[in-house]
Design a protein around this ligand. Structure first.
Ligand code: FE2
Ligand code: FE2
Length: 139
């Protein structure tokens, strides 16, 4: 499984969010590197745990930005995030129990979900957030 490379299709033009998305992608690539070098269960569980923490922080930040921007699809967006967090939690619990056989499934899931989510659902809120930020700058 190859690493995810940052490219313009992943950029929303919102600097704080773009920075966080890059960090998320770095975390997924760290997981990939750990899998590639055959890291043990404890390491994989640790990498997944810190990824989960970073994901939770990003989702909270993003949802509060959508709330102040009065994004109409905030509830749906929140549901997407929740679904993802639950899936990630499940994987984390399986790792913690010693089931490392799912390592590459986890990586494929994360890679596909994150890139699609950024390119589709996150991109959909960008105009609303940018309009809000412009109105704040004028105020
Ligand atoms: Fe999102
Ligand atoms: Fe996001």
């Amino acid at each position: 499984m190859s690493a995810i490379e940052w490219n313009e299709t992943l950029s929303l033009g919102i600097p704080t969010i773009d920075r966080q998305h890059r960090m998320l992608i770095d975390s997924i690539n760290t997981l990939d590197a750990a899998i590639q070098r055959g890291a043990g269960q404890a390491t994989l569980a640790q990498v997944l745990k810190s990824l989960g923490t970073y994901v939770a922080v990003h989702f909270i930040f993003e949802e509060s930005l959508l709330r102040v921007s009065r994004y109409p699809q905030l509830n749906d967006h929140h549901d997407e995030h929740e679904h993802f967090r639950r899936t990630l939690d499940n994987f984390g619990q399986r790792f913690a129990r010693g089931d490392t056989s799912v390592a590459s499934d986890v990586h494929t899931f994360l890679k596909n979900w994150l890139t699609t989510h950024i390119q589709v659902e996150d991109r959909a809120y960008a105009p609303c957030v940018q309009a809000h930020q412009r109105s704040q700058q004028r105020a």
